[in-house]
Write a protein of this length. Structure first.
Length: 481
């Protein structure tokens, strides 16, 4: 693969040199200079060696009823009859193969959020695959190139399908086991219920569209309201958190545990960071590392959420039992910090202005550069602009939030770094795939695209995305148009 690219690049250089010698196209000098530049070292590995192992899973999406929330029967849509869906596990370098069957009353797809994969496996209807009709099946298969915490969810009518319970966690484990005696996975969500206690069937309401999407009145961890989480003193815990909510931002606080952040949106942070001000916008993941203090023996500790004005408890840690001695293994060393200076020197390759206007199928449209993008049906946007970026080069993108609402902007198929907020240079010390842009805020991100194809860039508030706040970034190989 590499060989081939080099060969093609070399052939192009030779061809351009010939043309120049013939006196054709002086303006090609610039192109030649670009081609002659040595290939920039990628800031994270382009690929990973395959383990040769294939992890096979069966997923079925179907309506069902489950004892969730307060324990009464709740009608949901679920993967394999559970909400959250099953946690799929693979090891870094494995191939994941998922046989998916749609038993929903409407078409769907599965998107593998945060995973770098071949474009055709990305689950975007009308872009990377046709929608999977009711009764239909699809085979997803990809090698997992990055260890970390990822998740999956439908990419069609997400405001309804995700809200009804379709989401699951995909964990890519490091090849060497970490220093932990316990792993916890917390899927954070909220639910809007109607008077009968069922999921409110009114989706994409004017109110939700005009605000930060659909926020519910009940928040849950793994489908339960303020669950008790039993822990033993001395345990070293890796807590993987995922925000799957349509619109709600979570800001859980873990004070008193000495917790540190070891990964965000999948990838390890450059160095452990204090877990003082956590924020998970829809789509975000945060992995924590903490040791349960022995001083907490026989005590309870509430994990409170602080994003809204009125803090509320998310879960209760209940510490009891014998003191545990975690395994004495060295932690996996984080990868070296990338040199962002070449990216910081660049002008934005594209500026994305985020705003709203009247119109569209719901009465309000959310736009990127005055365009609304819709996935399906009569609203499909055939003449939508596609933004183009060359692979294997740094590019910066600028998000300008011209609205007074929140927009967690997500890019498929790659990681990015936040390099500036409102013009002030920023070093977050980690990669992301989703960044929350606050009202009137401008955020610059640096990307180093590696996988070619048309990748979605969109707001992860499901209602904003569905009302048009999506676009495509087409990553093309070097030298190609
Ligand atoms: Cu989790 Cu296109 O998103
Ligand atoms: Cu938004």
């Amino acid at each position: 693969m590499h060989r081939n690219r080099w060969f093609i690049a070399a052939a192009l250089v030779a061809l351009l040199a010939m043309l120049a010698a013939l006196g054709l196209g002086q303006e090609d000098d610039a192109a030649m200079a670009t081609l002659r530049q040595p290939r920039v070292a990628p800031p994270y590995p382009e690929d990973t060696p395959s383990t040769g192992r294939v992890r096979e899973f069966e997923l079925v999406a179907a309506p069902t009823a489950l004892p969730l929330l307060d324990g009464r029967s709740l009608e949901v849509w679920a993967y394999n009859g559970q909400v959250p869906g099953p946690t799929l596990r693979a090891t870094h370098g494995d191939t994941v193969r998922v046989r998916f069957t749609n038993k929903l009353p409407q078409p769907t797809t599965i998107h593998w959020h945060g995973i770098r994969l071949p474009n055709g496996m990305d689950g975007v209807p009308g872009v990377t695959q046709p929608p999977i009709p009711p009764g239909g099946t699809f085979l997803y298969e990809f090698k997992v190139k990055d260890a970390g915490t990822y998740w999956f969810h439908p990419h069609l009518r997400g405001s309804e399908q995700v809200e009804r319970g379709l989401f699951g966690v995909l964990i890519v484990e490091d090849q060497k086991p970490g220093p932990f005696s316990r792993e916890l996975v917390w899927v954070l969500d909220d639910w809007r219920l109607d008077a009968s206690g069922q999921i409110d069937g009114r989706f994409n309401t004017r109110h939700d569209l005009a605000h930060d999407g659909r926020w519910g009145q009940v928040s849950t961890v793994n489908g339960a309201v303020q669950p008790e989480v039993p822990l033993q003193p001395g345990e070293r815990v890796r807590l993987r958190m995922v925000n799957v909510a349509n619109g709600r931002v979570f800001a859980p606080s873990f004070e008193g545990l000495g917790a540190s952040v070891i990964a965000i949106d999948g990838l390890a942070t450059d160095r452990p960071q204090p877990a003082s001000r956590l924020e998970l916008a829809p789509g975000n993941r945060v992995d924590l590392d903490f040791t349960v203090p022995e001083a907490l023996s026989n005590q309870r500790m509430e994990v409170m959420d602080h994003f809204t004005r009125r803090p509320f408890p998310l879960a209760t840690l209940v510490v009891s039992g014998e003191v545990v001695r975690p395994p004495e293994v060295a932690a996996v060393a984080p990868p070296p910090s990338p040199d962002l200076s070449p990216a910081r020197a660049l002008q934005p390759a594209e500026t994305f202005r985020l705003n709203a206007r009247r119109g569209g199928p719901f009465g309000i449209e959310w736009t990127i550069n005055d365009e609304a993008f819709h996935h399906e049906g009569e609203h499909a946007s055939a003449h939508h602009k596609v933004y183009r970026l060359p692979a294997h080069q740094w590019a910066t993108l600028r998000f300008v939030n011209e609205s007074s609402r929140l927009h967690p902007m997500h890019v498929h198929g790659q990681f990015f770094r936040v390099v500036a907020r409102n013009g002030a240079s920023v070093d977050e010390g980690h990669w992301r795939d989703t960044v929350l842009i606050r009202p009137r805020e401008t955020v610059d991100v640096a990307m180093f695209p590696q996988d070619v194809g048309a990748w979605m860039l969109h707001c992860h508030i499901q209602e904003h995305a569905e009302a048009g706040m999506m676009t495509l970034v087409d990553v093309h190989a070097e030298g190609s148009q």
